[in-house]
Unconditional design. Structure first.
Length: 92
């Protein structure tokens, strides 16, 4: 809990220092991203990112939104499920 509250407070302080506004009041996505890039290697960002990734993969309702087909174990593994078919990849 401390990491979360201190991390949010630090992000807000950084926003006020750089942009003179609270993080949640920054209208430009590029400004918000700039701040996230600054903190991305820190413990707070890594913890939040870890929970978000786990939350996405644990929530079957959103799998289709990002192309995840679910666990492959029950379906015989990844080899025979088309993951070696890269027709979807644009030519370089």
């Amino acid at each position: 809990k401390t990491l979360l509250t201190e991390g949010v407070a630090a992000l807000d302080r950084l926003a006020k220092l750089r942009f003179k506004k609270a993080y949640t009041d920054l209208p430009k996505e590029s400004d918000r991203l700039t701040l996230l890039y600054v903190i991305e290697h820190g413990a707070f960002f890594q913890k939040v990112k870890g929970h978000l990734v786990t939350g996405f993969y644990d929530n079957k309702a959103v799998w289709q939104l990002f192309g995840y087909e679910g666990s492959s174990w029950e379906k015989g593994g990844y080899i025979n499920r088309g993951f070696d078919d890269i027709d979807w990849l644009d030519e370089a």
